[in-house]
Design a protein around this ligand. Structure first.
Ligand code: SF4
Length: 401
Protein backbone atom coordinates (compact mmCIF):
# COMPACT_ATOMS: atom_id res chain seq x y z
CA UNK A 1 0.00 0.00 0.00
CA UNK A 2 2.77 2.40 0.96
CA UNK A 3 4.63 1.79 -2.31
CA UNK A 4 1.50 2.49 -4.34
CA UNK A 5 0.90 5.69 -2.50
CA UNK A 6 4.51 6.75 -2.98
CA UNK A 7 4.40 6.28 -6.69
CA UNK A 8 1.04 8.04 -6.96
CA UNK A 9 2.46 11.07 -5.19
CA UNK A 10 5.23 11.71 -7.67
CA UNK A 11 4.46 13.92 -10.66
CA UNK A 12 3.57 17.46 -11.56
CA UNK A 13 0.12 18.84 -10.76
CA UNK A 14 -0.50 19.27 -14.47
CA UNK A 15 -0.22 15.49 -14.95
CA UNK A 16 -2.99 14.82 -12.42
CA UNK A 17 -6.47 13.93 -13.69
CA UNK A 18 -8.69 16.95 -12.94
CA UNK A 19 -11.22 15.04 -10.82
CA UNK A 20 -9.05 12.24 -9.43
CA UNK A 21 -10.41 11.05 -6.08
CA UNK A 22 -7.77 11.47 -3.36
CA UNK A 23 -6.46 8.08 -2.26
CA UNK A 24 -5.09 9.22 1.10
CA UNK A 25 -6.90 10.89 3.98
CA UNK A 26 -4.61 12.91 6.21
CA UNK A 27 -4.70 15.43 9.01
CA UNK A 28 -3.35 18.93 8.46
CA UNK A 29 -1.28 20.62 11.16
CA UNK A 30 -0.39 24.33 10.98
CA UNK A 31 2.22 25.66 13.41
CA UNK A 32 1.85 29.33 14.36
CA UNK A 33 5.24 30.26 15.85
CA UNK A 34 4.32 33.37 17.86
CA UNK A 35 3.53 33.86 21.54
CA UNK A 36 2.96 37.05 23.49
CA UNK A 37 5.37 35.86 26.13
CA UNK A 38 7.43 32.69 26.37
CA UNK A 39 6.32 30.46 29.25
CA UNK A 40 8.90 29.31 31.79
CA UNK A 41 8.48 25.59 31.07
CA UNK A 42 7.75 25.52 27.34
CA UNK A 43 9.98 23.90 24.74
CA UNK A 44 7.66 24.27 21.73
CA UNK A 45 9.08 26.45 18.99
CA UNK A 46 7.68 29.96 19.37
CA UNK A 47 9.05 33.49 19.57
CA UNK A 48 7.93 36.78 21.12
CA UNK A 49 9.12 38.94 18.22
CA UNK A 50 6.22 39.29 15.78
CA UNK A 51 7.94 41.56 13.26
CA UNK A 52 8.01 38.83 10.58
CA UNK A 53 4.36 37.93 10.90
CA UNK A 54 3.32 38.95 7.36
CA UNK A 55 6.34 37.18 5.89
CA UNK A 56 5.43 34.10 7.91
CA UNK A 57 1.89 33.97 6.49
CA UNK A 58 3.21 34.42 2.93
CA UNK A 59 5.81 31.69 3.52
CA UNK A 60 3.19 29.35 4.95
CA UNK A 61 1.11 29.82 1.80
CA UNK A 62 4.18 29.14 -0.34
CA UNK A 63 4.94 25.98 1.65
CA UNK A 64 1.41 24.62 1.12
CA UNK A 65 1.67 25.38 -2.60
CA UNK A 66 5.08 23.69 -2.90
CA UNK A 67 3.79 20.61 -1.08
CA UNK A 68 0.81 20.30 -3.38
CA UNK A 69 3.04 20.57 -6.45
CA UNK A 70 5.03 17.52 -5.40
CA UNK A 71 2.26 15.34 -3.93
CA UNK A 72 -1.01 14.04 -5.28
CA UNK A 73 -4.05 15.76 -3.88
CA UNK A 74 -4.95 14.64 -0.37
CA UNK A 75 -8.25 14.49 1.41
CA UNK A 76 -8.13 16.00 4.92
CA UNK A 77 -10.55 15.14 7.71
CA UNK A 78 -8.81 17.05 10.50
CA UNK A 79 -7.19 20.48 10.69
CA UNK A 80 -5.25 21.50 13.78
CA UNK A 81 -3.79 24.98 14.33
CA UNK A 82 -1.18 24.62 17.08
CA UNK A 83 1.82 26.54 18.26
CA UNK A 84 2.86 28.87 19.62
CA UNK A 85 -0.38 30.76 19.97
CA UNK A 86 -2.69 30.30 16.99
CA UNK A 87 -5.34 32.44 18.68
CA UNK A 88 -3.13 35.46 17.92
CA UNK A 89 -4.21 35.07 14.28
CA UNK A 90 -6.70 37.65 13.05
CA UNK A 91 -9.80 36.41 11.25
CA UNK A 92 -8.34 37.86 8.04
CA UNK A 93 -5.08 35.91 8.41
CA UNK A 94 -6.97 32.72 9.23
CA UNK A 95 -9.26 33.24 6.24
CA UNK A 96 -6.25 33.70 3.93
CA UNK A 97 -4.61 30.48 5.16
CA UNK A 98 -7.87 28.52 4.92
CA UNK A 99 -8.50 29.64 1.35
CA UNK A 100 -5.12 28.19 0.39
CA UNK A 101 -5.81 24.94 2.25
CA UNK A 102 -9.16 24.58 0.48
CA UNK A 103 -7.48 25.15 -2.87
CA UNK A 104 -4.96 22.36 -2.33
CA UNK A 105 -6.75 19.77 -0.16
CA UNK A 106 -10.18 18.14 -0.30
CA UNK A 107 -11.34 19.01 3.19
CA UNK A 108 -14.24 16.81 4.24
CA UNK A 109 -17.46 18.53 5.24
CA UNK A 110 -17.39 17.07 8.73
CA UNK A 111 -13.68 17.68 9.30
CA UNK A 112 -12.64 18.28 12.90
CA UNK A 113 -11.10 21.75 12.95
CA UNK A 114 -9.23 22.61 16.15
CA UNK A 115 -7.68 25.91 17.16
CA UNK A 116 -5.41 26.09 20.21
CA UNK A 117 -6.23 29.20 22.24
CA UNK A 118 -4.37 31.04 24.92
CA UNK A 119 -7.08 32.30 27.32
CA UNK A 120 -5.26 35.65 27.51
CA UNK A 121 -5.79 36.35 23.81
CA UNK A 122 -9.50 35.80 23.06
CA UNK A 123 -12.93 37.39 23.35
CA UNK A 124 -16.39 36.45 22.08
CA UNK A 125 -16.16 38.51 18.90
CA UNK A 126 -12.78 37.05 17.99
CA UNK A 127 -14.01 33.50 18.63
CA UNK A 128 -17.25 34.12 16.68
CA UNK A 129 -15.11 35.01 13.67
CA UNK A 130 -13.23 31.72 14.05
CA UNK A 131 -16.54 29.85 14.33
CA UNK A 132 -17.78 31.46 11.14
CA UNK A 133 -14.61 30.44 9.36
CA UNK A 134 -15.30 26.79 10.21
CA UNK A 135 -13.36 26.21 13.43
CA UNK A 136 -15.44 23.69 15.41
CA UNK A 137 -13.17 22.73 18.31
CA UNK A 138 -11.21 24.96 20.69
CA UNK A 139 -8.37 23.81 22.90
CA UNK A 140 -7.61 26.18 25.78
CA UNK A 141 -4.24 26.21 27.55
CA UNK A 142 -5.81 26.91 30.95
CA UNK A 143 -3.18 24.94 32.96
CA UNK A 144 -4.49 26.00 36.39
CA UNK A 145 -7.32 27.92 38.05
CA UNK A 146 -4.97 29.37 40.71
CA UNK A 147 -3.27 32.68 40.02
CA UNK A 148 -0.10 31.80 41.93
CA UNK A 149 0.30 28.59 39.88
CA UNK A 150 -0.32 30.51 36.65
CA UNK A 151 2.23 33.07 37.67
CA UNK A 152 4.79 30.32 38.49
CA UNK A 153 4.21 28.97 34.96
CA UNK A 154 4.54 32.58 33.67
CA UNK A 155 1.28 32.39 31.79
CA UNK A 156 -0.16 35.67 30.51
CA UNK A 157 -3.68 34.94 31.80
CA UNK A 158 -5.18 34.69 35.28
CA UNK A 159 -7.82 32.25 36.49
CA UNK A 160 -10.69 34.71 35.98
CA UNK A 161 -9.67 35.18 32.35
CA UNK A 162 -9.48 31.39 31.91
CA UNK A 163 -13.12 31.01 32.99
CA UNK A 164 -14.16 34.02 30.88
CA UNK A 165 -12.44 32.52 27.83
CA UNK A 166 -14.47 29.30 28.11
CA UNK A 167 -17.66 31.37 28.59
CA UNK A 168 -16.76 33.44 25.51
CA UNK A 169 -16.27 30.22 23.53
CA UNK A 170 -19.76 29.04 24.48
CA UNK A 171 -21.23 32.45 23.64
CA UNK A 172 -19.53 32.23 20.24
CA UNK A 173 -21.26 28.89 19.57
CA UNK A 174 -18.55 26.36 20.45
CA UNK A 175 -19.65 23.17 22.17
CA UNK A 176 -16.53 21.08 21.55
CA UNK A 177 -13.96 22.47 23.97
CA UNK A 178 -10.77 21.08 25.46
CA UNK A 179 -9.15 22.35 28.65
CA UNK A 180 -5.42 21.70 29.15
CA UNK A 181 -4.25 21.40 32.75
CA UNK A 182 -0.76 21.00 34.20
CA UNK A 183 -0.37 19.28 37.56
CA UNK A 184 2.48 18.11 39.80
CA UNK A 185 3.77 21.67 40.10
CA UNK A 186 6.41 22.17 42.83
CA UNK A 187 4.68 22.20 46.23
CA UNK A 188 1.26 21.59 44.67
CA UNK A 189 -0.98 20.02 47.27
CA UNK A 190 -3.55 17.31 46.60
CA UNK A 191 -6.47 19.63 47.51
CA UNK A 192 -5.09 22.15 44.99
CA UNK A 193 -5.03 19.49 42.28
CA UNK A 194 -8.55 18.35 43.21
CA UNK A 195 -9.80 21.96 43.06
CA UNK A 196 -8.30 22.44 39.60
CA UNK A 197 -9.99 19.26 38.36
CA UNK A 198 -13.32 20.26 39.95
CA UNK A 199 -13.21 23.70 38.35
CA UNK A 200 -12.36 22.23 34.95
CA UNK A 201 -15.20 19.69 35.13
CA UNK A 202 -17.64 22.37 36.35
CA UNK A 203 -17.07 24.18 33.04
CA UNK A 204 -18.27 21.00 31.31
CA UNK A 205 -15.72 20.71 28.50
CA UNK A 206 -15.96 17.76 26.11
CA UNK A 207 -12.27 17.02 26.59
CA UNK A 208 -9.59 17.50 29.24
CA UNK A 209 -5.85 17.02 28.76
CA UNK A 210 -3.98 16.79 32.06
CA UNK A 211 -0.20 16.75 31.85
CA UNK A 212 2.28 16.49 34.68
CA UNK A 213 4.89 19.25 34.64
CA UNK A 214 7.82 18.07 32.53
CA UNK A 215 11.23 19.69 32.98
CA UNK A 216 12.37 20.01 29.36
CA UNK A 217 16.06 20.62 28.64
CA UNK A 218 16.81 24.10 27.37
CA UNK A 219 13.93 25.78 29.21
CA UNK A 220 14.30 28.33 32.03
CA UNK A 221 12.54 25.78 34.24
CA UNK A 222 15.32 23.30 33.50
CA UNK A 223 17.97 25.82 34.62
CA UNK A 224 15.96 26.70 37.72
CA UNK A 225 15.77 23.01 38.71
CA UNK A 226 19.48 22.51 37.93
CA UNK A 227 20.38 25.55 40.09
CA UNK A 228 18.26 24.27 42.96
CA UNK A 229 15.88 27.26 42.74
CA UNK A 230 12.92 25.01 41.94
CA UNK A 231 12.33 21.60 43.50
CA UNK A 232 10.14 19.20 41.59
CA UNK A 233 7.91 16.63 43.26
CA UNK A 234 9.29 13.15 43.81
CA UNK A 235 8.17 10.36 41.45
CA UNK A 236 5.98 8.57 44.00
CA UNK A 237 4.01 11.75 44.80
CA UNK A 238 3.62 12.49 41.11
CA UNK A 239 2.38 8.94 40.42
CA UNK A 240 -0.19 9.28 43.23
CA UNK A 241 -1.36 12.58 41.76
CA UNK A 242 -1.66 10.96 38.33
CA UNK A 243 -3.79 8.14 39.79
CA UNK A 244 -6.04 10.71 41.45
CA UNK A 245 -6.44 12.58 38.12
CA UNK A 246 -7.48 9.33 36.40
CA UNK A 247 -9.92 8.41 39.17
CA UNK A 248 -11.48 11.86 39.38
CA UNK A 249 -11.98 12.36 35.65
CA UNK A 250 -13.24 8.83 35.02
CA UNK A 251 -15.75 9.20 37.84
CA UNK A 252 -16.81 12.51 36.29
CA UNK A 253 -17.70 10.65 33.06
CA UNK A 254 -14.56 11.26 31.03
CA UNK A 255 -13.11 8.35 29.11
CA UNK A 256 -9.36 7.99 29.68
CA UNK A 257 -8.25 7.24 26.13
CA UNK A 258 -4.57 8.22 26.19
CA UNK A 259 -2.00 8.70 28.96
CA UNK A 260 -2.87 12.39 29.43
CA UNK A 261 -6.19 12.67 27.57
CA UNK A 262 -9.79 12.28 28.69
CA UNK A 263 -12.99 12.88 26.74
CA UNK A 264 -16.73 12.64 26.86
CA UNK A 265 -17.72 9.61 24.76
CA UNK A 266 -17.31 10.43 21.07
CA UNK A 267 -15.24 13.58 21.68
CA UNK A 268 -11.75 12.09 21.46
CA UNK A 269 -9.44 14.40 19.50
CA UNK A 270 -9.49 12.88 16.00
CA UNK A 271 -6.39 14.78 14.95
CA UNK A 272 -4.23 13.60 17.84
CA UNK A 273 -5.48 10.05 17.33
CA UNK A 274 -3.81 10.18 13.92
CA UNK A 275 -0.44 10.67 15.65
CA UNK A 276 -1.09 7.88 18.11
CA UNK A 277 -2.43 5.41 15.54
CA UNK A 278 0.43 5.90 13.07
CA UNK A 279 -1.87 7.53 10.51
CA UNK A 280 -0.98 10.22 8.00
CA UNK A 281 -0.62 13.92 8.66
CA UNK A 282 1.00 16.86 6.92
CA UNK A 283 2.44 19.74 8.94
CA UNK A 284 3.19 23.27 7.75
CA UNK A 285 5.08 26.03 9.56
CA UNK A 286 8.38 26.08 11.47
CA UNK A 287 9.04 22.86 13.45
CA UNK A 288 5.94 21.13 12.02
CA UNK A 289 6.16 17.34 11.54
CA UNK A 290 4.65 15.24 8.75
CA UNK A 291 4.08 11.53 8.21
CA UNK A 292 3.00 10.19 4.84
CA UNK A 293 3.55 6.69 3.43
CA UNK A 294 5.92 5.55 6.19
CA UNK A 295 8.13 8.61 5.68
CA UNK A 296 8.42 11.21 8.39
CA UNK A 297 9.89 14.68 8.00
CA UNK A 298 10.05 17.83 10.05
CA UNK A 299 10.67 21.49 9.35
CA UNK A 300 13.38 23.80 10.64
CA UNK A 301 12.63 25.24 14.08
CA UNK A 302 13.67 28.72 13.09
CA UNK A 303 11.41 31.36 11.58
CA UNK A 304 14.15 33.23 9.73
CA UNK A 305 15.46 30.01 8.14
CA UNK A 306 11.90 28.94 7.32
CA UNK A 307 11.15 32.22 5.54
CA UNK A 308 14.53 32.19 3.71
CA UNK A 309 14.02 28.64 2.36
CA UNK A 310 10.58 29.41 1.02
CA UNK A 311 11.71 32.73 -0.48
CA UNK A 312 14.01 30.55 -2.60
CA UNK A 313 11.23 28.08 -3.39
CA UNK A 314 12.88 25.41 -1.25
CA UNK A 315 10.90 23.33 1.22
CA UNK A 316 11.94 24.19 4.80
CA UNK A 317 12.55 20.56 5.74
CA UNK A 318 15.20 19.99 8.39
CA UNK A 319 15.34 16.17 8.18
CA UNK A 320 13.51 13.20 6.74
CA UNK A 321 13.46 9.51 7.65
CA UNK A 322 11.96 6.42 6.11
CA UNK A 323 10.54 4.41 8.97
CA UNK A 324 12.03 0.95 9.30
CA UNK A 325 9.81 -2.01 10.15
CA UNK A 326 11.29 -2.12 13.63
CA UNK A 327 10.49 1.58 14.22
CA UNK A 328 6.93 1.01 13.03
CA UNK A 329 6.47 -1.97 15.36
CA UNK A 330 8.08 -0.20 18.34
CA UNK A 331 5.89 2.84 17.85
CA UNK A 332 2.80 0.69 17.37
CA UNK A 333 3.34 -1.05 20.72
CA UNK A 334 4.32 2.14 22.60
CA UNK A 335 1.60 4.39 21.18
CA UNK A 336 -1.15 1.79 21.62
CA UNK A 337 -0.07 1.03 25.15
CA UNK A 338 -0.20 4.78 25.80
CA UNK A 339 -3.83 4.55 24.65
CA UNK A 340 -4.32 1.90 27.33
CA UNK A 341 -4.47 -1.27 25.26
CA UNK A 342 -2.68 -3.45 22.76
CA UNK A 343 -4.60 -5.91 20.63
CA UNK A 344 -2.43 -9.00 20.31
CA UNK A 345 -4.42 -10.33 17.34
CA UNK A 346 -3.78 -7.13 15.37
CA UNK A 347 -0.10 -7.29 16.32
CA UNK A 348 0.08 -10.84 14.92
CA UNK A 349 -1.91 -10.03 11.78
CA UNK A 350 -0.18 -6.74 11.01
CA UNK A 351 3.41 -7.58 11.90
CA UNK A 352 3.52 -11.36 12.41
CA UNK A 353 4.57 -10.82 16.02
CA UNK A 354 3.53 -12.90 19.00
CA UNK A 355 4.29 -11.55 22.45
CA UNK A 356 5.53 -14.21 24.85
CA UNK A 357 3.31 -14.41 27.85
CA UNK A 358 5.72 -14.53 30.83
CA UNK A 359 6.28 -10.81 31.20
CA UNK A 360 2.65 -10.05 30.45
CA UNK A 361 1.55 -12.54 33.14
CA UNK A 362 4.05 -11.05 35.57
CA UNK A 363 2.62 -7.57 34.94
CA UNK A 364 -0.89 -8.99 35.24
CA UNK A 365 -0.05 -10.51 38.64
CA UNK A 366 1.56 -7.26 39.80
CA UNK A 367 -1.65 -5.39 38.95
CA UNK A 368 -0.31 -3.34 36.05
CA UNK A 369 -2.06 -5.14 33.19
CA UNK A 370 -5.36 -6.88 32.64
CA UNK A 371 -5.38 -9.62 30.05
CA UNK A 372 -8.62 -10.54 28.39
CA UNK A 373 -8.57 -12.81 25.36
CA UNK A 374 -6.37 -11.18 22.78
CA UNK A 375 -6.23 -7.81 24.48
CA UNK A 376 -3.90 -6.42 27.11
CA UNK A 377 -5.10 -3.35 28.99
CA UNK A 378 -3.30 -1.08 31.38
CA UNK A 379 -4.75 -0.67 34.86
CA UNK A 380 -4.51 2.74 36.55
CA UNK A 381 -1.30 1.60 38.25
CA UNK A 382 -0.09 0.41 34.83
CA UNK A 383 -0.65 3.87 33.33
CA UNK A 384 1.78 5.35 35.87
CA UNK A 385 4.58 3.14 34.46
CA UNK A 386 3.29 2.86 30.91
CA UNK A 387 6.51 3.79 29.09
CA UNK A 388 8.58 1.45 31.28
CA UNK A 389 6.19 -1.44 30.52
CA UNK A 390 6.37 -0.70 26.79
CA UNK A 391 10.17 -0.63 26.96
CA UNK A 392 10.25 -3.98 28.75
CA UNK A 393 7.82 -5.52 26.28
CA UNK A 394 9.92 -4.32 23.36
CA UNK A 395 13.17 -5.55 24.95
CA UNK A 396 11.91 -8.85 26.38
CA UNK A 397 10.00 -9.93 23.33
CA UNK A 398 12.52 -8.78 20.75
CA UNK A 399 9.77 -7.25 18.69
CA UNK A 400 12.33 -4.99 17.06
CA UNK A 401 12.82 -6.70 13.72
S1 SF4 B 1 1.66 30.04 25.27
FE1 SF4 B 1 1.95 27.82 24.85
S2 SF4 B 1 3.36 27.71 23.13
FE2 SF4 B 1 3.46 29.82 23.93
S3 SF4 B 1 5.20 29.77 25.31
FE3 SF4 B 1 3.36 29.37 26.55
S4 SF4 B 1 3.17 27.09 26.59
FE4 SF4 B 1 4.60 27.63 24.95
Amino acid sequence: MAANRNSAEVGSPAAKPAFAKPSVTAGIYIHIPFCEKKCFYCDFYSIENHSQRDEFVNSLIREIELFSQSHSRLEADTIFFGGGTPSLLSAKELDTILNVLHRHFDITEDAEFTMECNPGTVNTEHLSDYRQLGVNRLSFGVQSFFDDELSFLSRIHNSKEAVEAIESARAAGFDNINIDLIYALPNQSKPRLAANLEKAVALNPTHISAYSLIVEPGTPLFSAVANGKVHTLDEATEAKMYESVMTFLEEAGYNHYEVSNYSRPGFECKHNLKYWNGEEYVGFGPSAHSHVSNTRWWNVSNLTGYIASLANNRTPISAKENLSKSQIVDEYVLLHLRQGKVDLKTLRAKFGITLESDFILEMNKAGYLNVSGDEIRLTRAGFTVCDEIAEEILAKHSVSV
